[in-house]
Design a protein around this ligand. Structure first.
Ligand SMILES: NC(=O)c1ccc[n+]([C@@H]2O[C@H](COP(=O)([O-])OP(=O)(O)OC[C@H]3O[C@@H](n4cnc5c(N)ncnc54)[C@H](OP(=O)(O)O)[C@@H]3O)[C@@H](O)[C@H]2O)c1
Length: 214
C-alpha cells in the first residue's frame, strides 16, 4: 500500500484530495492546524510553518510515496490597502511552509528510492492577479522552488509536479467570493490521484488547469 501525505486536509481542495486517495486504497495522512476527522484518513494536527513538527512527522513515517503540498492561504485586497504583514503571512505559509515540507519529503524520497511531490500552486503562479499581489507572488515563488528541486533531484528519482489550477469552489476567499465558473474540488482531486498512479518514469513537471470559458 502506498503512503501519501496531504497538507491542508481539513477542508476545501486538500480534504477532497485526502478523501480521494483514501478511497483509492492509499494509506493517507492528512494534516492541518485544526483538528479534523476524515473517514479512512489518519489526521494529524500540524502547522506547516512549524519546521520541527514537519521534520518530526515526515521522519516518523515508515514509508512515503507521495506528498501533496496543498496547505495555503489567500487574501483578496487592493494593493494600496495591503499591509506588508499580508505579504509576510502569505509567504510564510505558501512558500516557507511548502519549502520545508518539500525539502523534508525530498530528503526522505531521495534516500528511499524516489517519490512524487505535487505542489498545489495556482494559475497565479503563471500570471498576475488583480487584488491578490502577495498571493500571486507566493505562487510564483513556489513554482520557482519546485522547478529547482525538480532539476536537482529528478536524477535521484524525486519527481516534482506543480499543479496550477484556476478558481476552485472552496471557501479560501470567503463566501462573498463565489465564482460560478469555479472548478470542483472532487474533479481536481481525481486528476491528482491519477498523477500519482502514472509510471515512475513519467515526469509531469507542470499542469495548468482552468475552467472552460475563462
Ligand atoms: N480555491 C481556489 O480558487 C484555488 C485556486 C488555485 C489554487 N488554490 C490552492 O489550493 C490550495 C488549497 O486551497 P483551498 O481553496 O482548498 O483553501 P481552503 O479551503 O481555505 O483550505 C486551506 C487548507 O489549508 C490548511 N492550512 C492553512 N494554513 C495552514 C498551515 N499553516 N498549516 C497547515 N495547514 C494549513 C487549512 O486548514 P487549517 O486552517 O485547519 O490549518 C485548510 O485545510 C491552496 O494552496 C490554494 O492556494 C486554490
Amino acid at each position: 500500500m502506498k503512503t501519501v501525505l496531504v497538507t491542508g486536509a481539513s477542508r476545501g481542495l486538500g480534504r477532497a484530495i485526502a478523501e480521494t486517495f483514501a478511497a483509492g486504497g492509499y494509506d493517507t495522512i492528512g494534516v492541518a492546524r485544526s483538528v479534523c476527522e476524515i473517514p479512512g484518513v489518519r489526521t494529524v494536527q500540524l502547522d506547516v510553518c512549524d519546521e520541527a513538527a514537519v521534520t518530526e512527522l515526515i521522519g516518523s513515517l515508515e514509508t512515503l510515496d507521495v506528498v501533496v503540498n496543498n496547505a495555503g492561504i489567500a487574501r483578496l485586497r487592493p494593493l494600496l490597502e495591503t499591509p506588508t504583514t499580508d505579504l509576510r503571512e502569505i509567504l510564510e505559509v505558501n512558500v516557507i511552509g511548502a519549502f520545508v515540507v518539500m525539502r523534508e519529503a525530498a530528503r526522505r524520497m531521495a534516500t528511499h528510492g524516489g517519490g512524487l511531490i505535487i505542489n498545489i500552486a495556482s494559475d497565479a503562479a503563471l500570471k498576475g492577479i488583480a487584488n491578490m499581489a502577495p498571493y500571486a507572488a507566493s505562487k510564483h515563488a513556489l513554482l520557482g522552488l519546485a522547478r529547482s528541486v525538480s532539476a536537482e533531484l529528478r536524477g535521484q528519482g524525486v519527481r516534482v509536479c506543480t499543479y496550477c489550477p484556476g478558481p476552485i469552489d472552496t471557501g479560501i476567499l470567503g463566501p462573498a467570493s463565489k465564482n460560478p465558473q469555479a472548478l470542483q474540488p472532487a474533479d481536481i482531486a481525481r486528476t491528482i490521484v491519477h498523477l500519482a498512479e502514472l509510471p515512475a518514469g513519467m515526469d509531469i513537471q507542470e499542469m495548468l488547469v482552468e475552467p472552460m470559458g475563462m
